[in-house]
Design a protein around this ligand. Structure first.
Ligand code: PAF
Length: 320
């Protein structure tokens, strides 16, 4: 049975006012940040929010700042009405969908004329009038949040602006929605760790919860980008999850040499014609590569099938 339609809020001040009003009633708020084109993975985050918080906000915002010019921003899939229907299909729905038109202006920068114009038109002396006047003029932002070490390896090597874009926009979502809890899928393991670290370093009063990867029955990790795979590419892409499961099994049986385990996964993906971006076994906390599995690690893989870049990972802990 469908639940009621969520309230759709596009204005960030209205969003913040809603959250503050709810918090003043003693309600806790869970935020599920997304870029839309929702799948079961996102819905599992919403269900997790139901377990933690009284109210749930899902944000749908395709963030241009996390795509470099050569990446797939223009072809990133979207289906807003379908997303709302999926959220309403849950036995407990969501309270608000925050769907801002734009959260960050990248290309325009303020100059002193604009600032002076805005200063002249400001009525009070708090400075906030200047800020909103600059925003109305569509004048650019220039503050970035960077998690300097964690953003560098793995996906950061081939996507140098990705984590800066993610950390900045997630900070903004946190400041606008002011949630108590925020939910991230562990398929994007590095993203999850970057956000955890950012929350710790910048003292956001938010608990970041990582959610297990949701897979199709055949093992493929769910991703909005899977829609771009041809049936043949999709079949070949199963080599990622299959080989990761095999590597985990070998590690649990005593193969703790990471070179051997990486070799197994790289070969399986190469054999199907996939192009490896990286296949690394890293410490779960530091994301530094390890040579032998002695503490909890995560085996992270990124590979191309046709024009689609997929990521997946497997957490491995050896119990002696
Ligand atoms: O994982 C995503 O969909 C995005 O990176 C996020 C966290 C919504 C930030 O734009």
């Amino acid at each position: 049975m469908a639940t009621k339609k969520p309230e759709i809020i596009t204005d960030k001040n209205q969003m913040r006012n809603w959250s503050r009003a709810m918090r003043s009633l003693g309600k806790t708020i869970g935020l599920v940040p997304t870029m839309g084109y929702l799948h079961e993975g996102h819905l599992s985050l919403v269900k997790q929010s139901h377990r933690y918080a009284n109210l749930t906000v899902v944000s749908i915002y395709v963030n241009p700042g996390q795509f470099s010019p050569s990446e797939d921003l223009s072809s990133y899939p979207s289906d807003f009405d379908g997303d709302i229907r999926k959220l309403m299909s849950l036995s407990k729905g969501v309270d608000v969908v925050f769907h801002p038109a734009n959260l960050y202006d990248y290309k325009t920068y303020k100059n002193s004329n604009d600032i002076n114009d805005c200063k002249r038109s400001e009525s009070g002396n708090t400075g906030s009038g200047v800020v909103s006047c600059l925003e109305e003029k569509g004048i650019g932002h220039e503050t970035w949040v960077r998690v300097e070490r964690l953003e560098k390896g793995l996906c950061g090597k081939s996507r140098p602006v990705f984590f800066r874009g993610v950390a900045t926009i997630v900070s903004k979502l946190f400041n606008v929605v002011e949630p108590d809890f925020a939910f991230f899928g562990k398929k994007d393991y590095q993203q999850f760790r970057v956000i955890q670290q950012m929350v710790r370093d910048l003292d956001f009063g938010i608990e970041v919860i990582g959610s297990e990867i949701v897979r199709d029955e055949d093992g493929l990790a769910l991703s909005s980008r899977n829609v771009h795979l041809s049936p043949e590419e999709r079949e070949k892409a199963l080599s990622i999850s299959k080989s990761l499961f095999r590597a985990k099994c070998s590690a649990e049986k005593g193969q703790i040499n990471c070179k051997e385990l990486r070799g197994l996964v790289i070969q399986a993906i190469n054999d199907t014609g996939g192009r490896i971006d990286y296949a690394e076994i890293v410490d779960q906390e530091s994301l530094e590569a390890v040579e032998e599995i002695k503490s909890p690690v995560v085996f992270c893989v990124a590979a191309w099938f046709g024009n689609v870049r997929l990521i997946d990972n497997m957490e491995i802990s050896i119990h002696n």
